[in-house]
Design a protein around this ligand. Structure first.
Ligand code: GSH
Length: 105
């Protein structure tokens, strides 16, 4: 069963999360968010009442927030390479950059 990705291609937070999918060459089903489409908005709202994207569903588990999605995918589906380093100090540097770009750029 492939992962379902709720998002929109014009959303920078979705693009951030999608990088992890592309880097790890993951199959996924893309459910495009359309604010005019009640059905998809209800589906998203059932997963995340705040109705922000991206949200992913993997094997019945929903994962919310772009940074958490990147970490989840990286932890669960990494190949030889990692987006978040294994070394704790280096991982902090990576997370700092993530927070910096999300909050200030
Ligand atoms: N902190 C969240 C931010 C998500 C976010 O703000 N997503 C925007 C799209 S880039 C959104 O869902 N906007 C729709 C809305 O605010 O109704 C994350 O990193 O996933």
């Amino acid at each position: 069963m492939s992962i379902t990705f709720y998002g929109h291609h014009f959303s920078s937070y979705c693009q951030k999360a999608l990088i992890a999918f592309y880097e790890h060459e993951l199959d996924f089903t893309f459910r495009e968010i359309d604010f005019q489409n009640e059905e998809i908005m209800q589906e998203l709202g059932a997963l995340w009442p705040i109705k922000k994207m991206p949200v992913i569903v993997d094997q019945g588990r929903s994962v919310i927030e772009s940074s958490i999605i990147v970490e989840y995918v990286d932890e669960k589906y990494h190949g030889d390479s990692r987006l978040v380093p294994q070394d704790a100090d280096s991982a902090l540097d990576t997370r700092f950059m993530d927070r910096f770009f999300d909050n200030y750029v």
